[in-house]
Design a protein around this ligand. Structure first.
Ligand code: GTP
Ligand code: MG
Length: 541
């Protein structure tokens, strides 16, 4: 990877931190900080597919051309038309018979990957909690921790030492807030956890959303201290509710509510119970099931109840439940769809300088590949084979669902491989569509969505210009049942079914078919206005 030139196809990139780290690590300049390391394949949020090389630091709010080269290519030239591709994609995936090598052997079966988002109101202690956890699990060395402590103290930010492991940029450290999603790794007995430490500040909700699109489960951090919980839970100014709604909108079901800073309230059971009662009834009103919620009182600062039972008697006297690490271990991972046909949304493309060789990077969402496997690049429909595979910059023989890899391709025109496209099994191409039915939640502060509204549609690493062509129904947020058919407009906090028409086709699946390819969000004028899932792919006549 070191010799390869990285071609940045990203225009805006809310998960910039991941990318920056990925670039530095691929250039060998920067050792990973503890467990925090790059992931070119825990994807940056969205990329368009223009050929120009653009800096990831480019303002993500900048207005962008939404017509993508990739999508145009799928409709022109020698590539098959989307109509051909659509009809071919009708072949039933249930016919797919995995070969033996695709299935998990015992060894790789031991740990399942769990993408875990850490969300919650600003300053609730998400980064401190993440940093502390990584340190306790040996992912941050004593030496590195001393360095953070010293530097943080020098800047008068002593209390942020653990957060500094995650908040790496000068601006984040100076302001004492997280701005972009940081990625870190640790293991529990059952899971290889990919931790996504998200920003809580309201200005960075789009970044939090981009992180949440990856989440299989989440830790919702709540600050227990007097006044802070109330501010974070406030209907208008707090982020706790919005973050919970975002998780639910993306179909995240399992949430660990970490009631943090219990040290400040003297580890009071009454305080914990009160918070549990308020947050619990709110989460149930968003259709989270009580049985999918775990409540863990803790103190990141005083290391209580993180990786072992609390030593503090004021807590252990009334709390006998799991510590945070055990709660994470108990989360059910979504399972690896190794026996389904291959699906890998392309998050990055690496082209070699000299040989015209091209590698597609991303996370396998379904299926498996090895050298020599036949693959198809969508939406262009080009077919080729896998030349070789790399995981964590090292060659590997097989990649299966859940793995983040770079796949070197053979026999494929490099120009047809774009971030936002999808690698798939040639017999089971991903759906390519322009007309979709979505179930969405309109976010706080969003301008109303009307029939004819022009929006940016985002799905996995693709984005496309969209027009709202039908407002189907408003939904009851508690039951999900339609309450009003054909509403005239949708305003903040409403749930609804609507139909969008995309200007050019994108690779997409329904959420029930593939969570990763069916989670979407809609943006307008640089703001995320709604998020949700694809409920139906509508074939245009
Ligand atoms: P954003 O990412 O900006 O939303 O903030 P955050 O949720 O990551 O909070 P961060 O970890 O930056 O911590 C904010 C402040 O809370 C820091 O001063 C921490 O030292 C403090 N803090 C975090 N956890 C605890 C805790 O358990 N007890 C006490 N007393 N303070 C804590
Ligand atoms: Mg933070």
């Amino acid at each position: 990877m070191k010799q390869k030139e990285r071609q940045d196809t990203s225009v805006h990139n809310p998960l910039k931190k991941e990318r920056d780290r990925s670039e530095t690590s691929s250039q060998g300049r920067h050792a990973h900080i503890g467990g925090v390391k790059s992931s070119k394949s825990v994807p940056k949020a969205k990329a368009d597919s223009s050929h120009e090389t653009t800096s990831s630091s480019k303002n993500m709010e900048a207005s962008e051309s939404l017509t993508s080269t990739m999508n145009k290519m799928s409709l022109t030239g020698e590539a098959e038309t989307s109509r051909d591709i659509k009809s071919r994609s009708a072949r039933s995936k249930s016919n797919h018979k995995p070969e033996e090598w695709m299935l998990l052997d015992k060894e790789s079966d031991i740990l399942t990957q769990l993408n875990l988002a850490i969300v919650g109101h600003v300053d609730s202690g998400k980064s401190t909690l993440s940093g502390r956890l990584l340190h306790l699990l040996g992912r941050i060395s004593q030496k590195q921790m001393h360095k953070f402590e010293k530097e943080a103290k020098l800047q008068g930010k002593g209390s942020f030492a653990y957060a500094w492991a995650l908040d790496e940029s000068a601006e984040e450290r100076e302001r004492g807030i997280t701005m972009t999603v940081a990625v870190a790794y640790f293991n529990t007995k059952r899971h290889h956890v990919v931790l996504l430490d998200s920003p809580g500040h309201k200005d960075f909700v789009p970044n939090m959303i981009a992180g949440a699109t990856q989440a299989d489960a989440a830790i919702l951090v709540v600050d227990a201290s007097i006044g802070a919980f109330e501010a974070g839970f406030d209907n208008l100014k707090g982020q706790t509710r919005e973050h919970a709604r975002v998780l639910r909108g993306f179909g995240v079901e399992q949430v660990i509510v970490a009631v943090n800073k219990m040290d400040i309230v003297g580890y009071s059971k009454d305080r914990f119970d009160l918070i549990r009662q308020h947050v619990g009834s709110f989460l149930q009103s968003c259709r989270f099931k009580e049985s999918s919620l775990t409540w863990v009182p803790l103190s990141a600062m005083e290391n209580q109840n993180l990786v072992s039972a609390p030593s503090e008697s004021r807590l252990s006297s009334w709390y006998q439940g799991p510590c945070l690490l055990d709660a994470v271990d108990s989360v059910n991972s979504p399972g690896r769809d190794v026996s389904k046909p291959l699906l890998m949304p392309i998050c990055d493309v690496v082209r070699s300088n000299s040989h015209g060789q091209v590698s597609a990077c991303g996370k396998l969402e379904a299926g498996a590949v090895r050298s020599g496997s036949k693959i198809m690049v969508m939406p262009s429909g080009e077919q080729g084979t896998v030349r070789s595979l790399e995981r964590d910059s090292q060659g590997c023989t097989i990649a299966r669902a859940g793995d983040n890899v770079a796949i070197a391709l053979q026999g494929i025109d490099a120009n047809q491989v774009m971030a936002g496209g999808v690698l798939c099994h040639p017999d089971y191409p991903v759906s390519v569509a322009t007309h979709l039915e979505l179930m969405v939640l309109v976010l706080e502060g969003a301008t109303p969505i009307l029939l004819g509204s022009q929006l940016e549609f985002h799905v996995h690493h693709a984005k496309e210009a969209a027009t709202v062509v039908k407002l189907v129904a408003m939904l009851d947020p508690k039951t999900g049942e339609p309450t009003k058919k054909s509403p005239r407009c949708l305003t903040a906090k409403q749930s609804a079914m609507l139909e969008v028409s995309l200007h050019y086709p994108v690779c997409v699946e329904t959420f029930s078919e593939s969570r990763a390819l069916g989670r979407v969000f809609l943006r307008s004028s640089g703001r995320t206005v709604a998020m949700g899932k694809v409920t139906r792919i509508i074939q245009d006549s």
